[in-house]
Write a protein that binds this ligand. Structure first.
Ligand SMILES: N[C@@H](CCC(=O)N[C@@H](CS)C(=O)NCC(=O)O)C(=O)O
Length: 192
């Protein structure tokens, strides 16, 4: 299996950590989405990373879908319940963490165009703040949810070092510090 992703994509990192924890081998192909490489557009017409290319050439796109595929590839995995309330709680935690990333990436794209203030920018910061507070109360719900949370928090540290998300969210801070020390997070550290 080949994962097309940039080495800084937090969505890609989420999948690399999950694959590592599941013991799945994933070949990572460094892919810069903004250059519209042909291999990426063939895998994902939306031009976004990550995209997973399977041995038969078929593709799976969008990190929650790819994550679900990876989990389903390992029967008996212990990262997430496969049904019931625990399953939906973990997936909702993923949606919260991904939503933090979506807002952070909007902010980054705006910054590259010199837009650093205004109602649309403020809205993203407010969404991040609210989601972090909710995620702070969801730590420990599942291994999968915890990975999603720590990936999002570490992305904030990476791209928004001035944003103090730790002070008001001590459970997020403790979880992120704990998971950053694990081999899966170590080998998937974003390289600028
Ligand atoms: N919902 C998607 C979001 C993926 C995404 O936004 N990826 C960014 C890079 S981190 C990207 O490829 N951006 C290029 C673009 O939006 O054209 C997922 O979870 O995979």
């Amino acid at each position: 299996m080949k994962l097309l992703t940039s080495l800084t994509s937090p969505y890609g990192r989420k999948l690399r950590v999950i694959a590592h924890e599941l013991g799945l081998s994933l070949k990572v192909e460094d892919t810069a989405p903004m250059n519209d490489p042909a291999a990426l557009l063939a895998a994902n017409p939306l031009g976004k990373v990550p995209a997973l290319v399977l041995p038969d050439g078929s593709t799976i796109i969008d990190s929650p879908v790819i994550a679900a595929f990876l989990l389903a590839s390992v029967p008996g995995q212990s990262l997430m319940a496969t049904s019931g309330p625990g399953h939906w709680e973990a997936r909702t935690t993923e949606a919260l963490a991904d939503g933090v990333l979506d807002a952070a990436i909007i902010l980054r794209f705006n910054m590259t165009q010199g837009i650093t203030s205004g109602p649309w920018v403020d809205r993203q910061y407010r969404a991040i703040e609210r989601a972090l507070a909710v995620m702070n109360g969801r730590v420990g719900g599942s291994g999968f949810g915890d990975i999603c949370i720590a990936v999002a928090c570490d992305y904030l540290t990476f791209r928004f070092p001035e944003l103090d998300w730790r002070t008001h969210n001590p459970a997020l801070a403790d979880l992120t510090d704990l998971l950053l020390a694990t081999p899966a997070f170590q080998v998937s550290q974003p390289s600028a």
